[in-house]
Design a protein around this ligand. Sequence first.
Ligand code: F6P
Length: 346
Amino acid sequence: MKKIAVMTGGGDCPGLNAVIRAVVLTGLRYNLETLGIRNGWKGLIECDMVPLNDSSVSGIISWGGTILGTSRTNPLKDPADLEKIQKTIQINDIGALVVIGGDGTLSAAYGIANRGVPIVGIPKTIDNDIFGTDLTVGFDTAVSIVTEAIDRLHNTAESHHRIMVIEVMGRNAGWISLTAGVAGGADVILVPEMHITFEEICRNLEARYMAGKKFSVVVVAEGTLHEDIADTTVPECDRDECGHEKFVGVGNLLGKRLEHQLGIETRVTVLGHVQRGGTPTASDRVLATRFGISAVEQIVAGNIGCMVALQGTRIGTIPLKDVTSRIKMVDPNFYYDLSMIKSGKR
Ligand code: F6P
């Protein structure tokens, strides 16, 4: 094998360029040329790629985004696209493909690997919800951004004696909400996995007021669409290209309801894509580098059809088929241990 290719698919996150750099540099160590596929699966369908070398990845370890571009194109939707992908791989003599992606991209990778394409996956998403790895690239940076935002909101909440609701990303899993919420000392932390009633939230906030704490910070993951938090009047969500719901804004719904119920002035901050941009933290850069190195080493060793993963402190692998069928959720005990510290329940 002389050539490998690398692509980034799905939502971007800080640390993608660090992975690309590690793949290219490790490839060079094994005398492998690396092609960069532009815009995820779309680039393979359209045969849109660029050769990457030492100088194309020089200095990019600290850059946010992805120099290759990304898309949410689903390559399994149309059988004609699949044929185009196979043709692109064949005519460009690509011996193996490194797919840097979240659950959608890695599921597609599994489907394509089943059709004979040698693939190694690398887990990335700020949501940290990929099964089989303790951490994903991008999560640590997102948590830092959210923690800083919570710290800032604390200041203004206290000055104005308000409730501050902060909505963060987290479609199916509340890792960002829980981790940053704990780090920022939030008073209520809401995640999709745990059904905390509106009544419970109010009780917690009221108790704080009774104890003389005239301000509160509530962190809510965007996917926390439990009826009694987001109200039953949530309008129908539309869906994106991959069939994901476009969220309707649980933060605003909750903020309005809290203000109405408690009579305390409430403000809402929706952090949105701010969480996905900017320079990666040192931890993300190191994780990205370790994943990139390992992915190429797996290819060289002939261990394909797998995803590299952080397992404790070491980098291991897990078969793609075991990754794609499930999501890594927040464990209820972990949630209670960490988030209930403030309510005195634990
Ligand atoms: O990929 C993860 C994620 O960050 C989710 O938490 C969020 O719902 C989604 O991406 C939003 O992505 P986009 O607006 O880019 O489609």
